[in-house]
Ligand binder design. Sequence first.
Ligand SMILES: Nc1ncnc2c1ncn2[C@@H]1O[C@H](COP(=O)(O)OP(=O)(O)OP(=O)(O)O)[C@@H](O)[C@H]1O
Length: 125
Amino acid sequence: MPNKKFSWRERGNSFGFAWQGIKALFRTEHNAWIHGGLTVVVVFLSLLLDVSRTEVCILVLTMAFVWAAEIFNTALEKAMDFISLEKHPQIGLVKDLAAAAVLVSAVAAFVVGLIIFLPKLLHYV
Ligand SMILES: Nc1ncnc2c1ncn2[C@@H]1O[C@H](COP(=O)(O)OP(=O)(O)OP(=O)(O)O)[C@@H](O)[C@H]1O
């Protein structure tokens, strides 16, 4: 790869492309709206309950993990559909593996949410 000079404008463009990706995610993936709704719930609970700074950091990282898994899953789905829309076991496998990554991240987020919020919510019962 040729040595390119650092350019603030190009770095700015990269943010623009990433933003286009986020918009495309919400436009094409219903799952993104579910993640968005759950993110709002987590932010709401964090503001309402006595959540420590460390717990906030863990929640932010956990949510970012789920979002990143969903975005990679969507990118892989789009790439696979671009390669072929015909049924092929290898394409099915790639899609299932990408979906498994989302499932693993979502289960981890659910467990983290239970560990952090459940004891605090039980105070009110
Ligand atoms: N071209 C294909 N060849 C073989 N199997 C496929 C193919 N496309 C999809 N599948 C199978 O169908 C499943 C669902 O694929 P699809 O692309 O509809 O994703 P999805 O469930 O709509 O995902 P999301 O809800 O994240 O958009 C895949 O996980 C895979 O098992």
